[in-house]
Ligand binder design. Structure first.
Ligand code: SAH
Length: 217
């Protein structure tokens, strides 16, 4: 069986720091125990609340696009069980992560602590509002989909900063890399089409696809 590092490398990731981070982060620590046997497969795994943790090759390609350095402060939206958070924490100076489900946030914190990753701040709340108290960020990564990047996230990204988010268009979620230049977000490139859960806003945004359900949960 191929290891996750081999899978991620074959998906096009060449950054040695990111490959080292994947190697140093056993995914079985970040999934429910009943799915531990599937942790080394390149597949999504249910983590509760009808939410999945994404497949590792997708997680790695999204992170790769951010081109993180160890001086970067990163905002993650949608902590889930903390697997992506762990990889980010190994690459950046500081990671702030927002999760709307308190029990998932607690689980992620415990998972991160069990991997010795304590320099991470997890906040329970609506990530579409960002985290103004800690802004601005060098990079922002969003693990849930909406029809556009929420305005607070654009505001809280540094000029020159990078943002990756799945943008919902018709039947697919287009995982897109943006950069902020002169105060505005510019689309850099499409990474790949994928399937994400909706970014749930509170109160619900009548123009978003927050009520959407689909085959990916
Ligand atoms: N990055 C995680 C993805 C988990 S799934 C991983 O790869 O493991 C997406 C997560 O986004 C879910 O945990 C869901 O609860 C969370 N989420 C959805 N809308 C949110 C919002 N508005 N604010 C914060 N978290 C949100």
């Amino acid at each position: 069986m191929r290891t996750l590092v081999e899978i991620v490398r074959q998906a096009g990731v060449t950054d040695p720091r990111l490959l080292d981070a994947v190697r140093a982060t056993p995914r079985e620590r970040f999934v429910p125990p009943e799915f531990a046997a599937r942790a080394e497969l390149d597949a999504p795994i249910p983590i509760g609340h009808d939410q999945p943790t994404s497949q590792p090759s997708l997680v790695a390609r999204m992170i790769d696009a951010l081109r993180l350095s160890d001086t970067d402060e990163v905002l993650e939206i949608g902590t889930g069980c903390g697997y992506m958070t762990a990889l980010l924490a190994r690459l950046a100076r500081r990671v702030y992560s927002v999760e709307r489900h308190a029990d998932l946030a607690e689980l992620a914190m415990a998972n991160l602590a069990s991997s010795g990753l304590t320099d991470v701040e997890i906040v329970v709340g609506d990530g579409s509002l960002g985290l103004p108290a800690h802004a601005p960020f060098d990079a922002i990564i969003v693990s849930a989909t909406a029809s556009e990047v929420p305005a607070p996230l654009v505001e809280q990204l540094k000029d020159g900063g990078r943002l990756v988010m799945p943008i919902h268009e018709r039947a697919a979620d287009m995982v897109t890399l943006f950069a902020k230049r002169h105060g505005r977000l510019q689309e850099q490139r499409l990474l790949l089409p994928a399937c994400f859960v909706p970014l749930v806003r509170s109160p619900p945004d009548p123009y978003s696809n927050g009520g959407r359900t689909g085959p990916c949960g």
